[in-house]
Design a protein around this ligand. Structure first.
Ligand SMILES: [Zn+2]
Length: 382
């Protein structure tokens, strides 16, 4: 079985100093090995599930048996068995996981696509999806899967999107000592509208706090030297939203697009669109918004160039907007700060005669804008 050998190897490893695995190469290798072990564990859970042996102890299911005997949360036991079952239908996924190229999170995301409607498409596209899982950062992979799902099961995703919107819910109630407690559940479009505005206001407050601390200290402040924490600023931003709403006349003209939907040629061929914040959308989910929406026309051309109709956006130039729509987030590979918090940066600096064009522009968050000259970011297309 090899378990003895594994036990010896692990004894040796945990007996050694963890700092030995702290250099980048060793750490990545350790993650890979952990993924491989995880893959084997799930395959074993799948086989255990299929064996039916768990019933001998009176357990009603394999996860119930595992949860009791291994003292795991039910959800974790169920996840192991679910992964094990999924692997039986996804041989290439199983192989990629067993070799440590992808992780259990990838398998969960792929397993969630297994439905009667998608079965044939999934079998056909498994090599493509595994390739994406190996290549892309996880969030970009998840987005690619959402696209794929819209292609493979358009009715299913549209229904799911409508069901998501049905679940929208805001709860705010006063509690002990007059404190207010709340909870929000928003569908992708509503969430994008609210979070974009909340982010924008929080950024305003942040700049205010930063300026004040800088003036008091006479130097660049550290984050903990600001008088409010980020959650406190978010709370104040929400109150600011309410205050501004109250002072805006009911017939005021809406100043700018509330949210952006990116529509590529695939929409015309198939049915794909996505929010500028990244969530893939079923086109039908836009219908409730059409009478209130601003429509902005942007054409995605081959080679990644974006043309924005010049009159489409009032407050910034078409070039900046095109870069925002193309990049959508900080382009540094270790970052996903949204476009609203990024600056459009010259790739070849302006001081070195770099032109102010779309091709020479990219989004960088303030942090990575300062870092930009220290190391060229590796290529990450996605
Ligand atoms: Zn960044």
């Amino acid at each position: 079985m090899g378990l003895e050998a594994l036990k010896e190897a692990i004894d040796g490893l945990v007996g050694s100093d963890a700092a030995a695995c702290a250099d980048p190469e060793a750490f990545i290798e350790l993650e890979r090995l952990a993924a491989r072990l995880d893959a084997h564990l799930s395959a074993a859970a799948g086989a255990f599930d299929a064996s039916g042996i768990w019933a001998d102890d009176g357990a009603r299911s394999a996860p119930a048996w595992i949860a009791t005997r291994c003292r795991l949360p039910r959800a974790e036991a169920r996840r192991q068995v679910r992964r094990g079952r999924a692997l039986r239908h996804l041989p290439l996924v199983a192989r990629a996981w067993a070799s440590g190229e992808i992780s259990g999170s990838h398998v969960d995301a792929l397993a969630a696509l297994c439905r009667p409607h998608t079965e044939a498409a999934l079998e056909r596209d498994e090599p493509l999806l595994v390739r994406q899982a190996r290549r892309l950062r996880f969030e970009h992979f998840a987005r690619a899967l959402a696209y794929w799902e819209q292609h493979a099961d358009p009715e299913g995703t549209e229904d799911a999107e409508m069901a998501r919107r049905e679940r929208r819910d805001v709860f705010l109630a006063s509690s002990f000592e007059g404190m207010w407690l709340g909870r929000m559940t928003l569908d992708p479009i509503s969430g994008a509208i609210v979070s974009t505005e909340l982010d924008r206001l929080e950024q305003e407050l942040f700049e205010e706090d930063w300026g004040k601390a800088k003036a008091e200290l006479g130097r660049e402040p550290k984050a903990h030297e600001l008088w409010r924490t980020p959650p406190q600023r978010r709370a104040d931003a929400l109150v600011e939203m309410a205050t501004r709403s109250r002072s805006t006349p009911a017939d005021a003209r809406r100043p700018e697009p509330l949210f952006s939907v990116l529509v590529g040629w695939e929409t015309l061929a198939g049915r794909i669109c996505q929010l500028a914040q990244g969530a893939a959308l079923a086109p039908g989910s836009l219908v409730p918004w059409l009478d209130r929406a601003w429509l902005e026309r942007a054409v995605f051309e081959p080679g990644g160039r974006v043309e924005v109709a010049a009159s489409a956006r009032l407050f910034t130039g078409g070039t900046r907007r095109a870069i925002e729509l193309r990049d959508r987030e900080c382009t540094h590979p270790y970052c996903d700060e949204p476009a609203a918090r990024c600056q459009a940066d010259h790739i070849i600096p302006y001081s070195e005669d770099g032109p102010t064009t779309q091709e020479n522009g990219r989004l960088l968050c303030p942090f990575h804008n300062r870092l930009r000259n220290q190391r060229p970011p590796p290529d990450d297309s996605g």
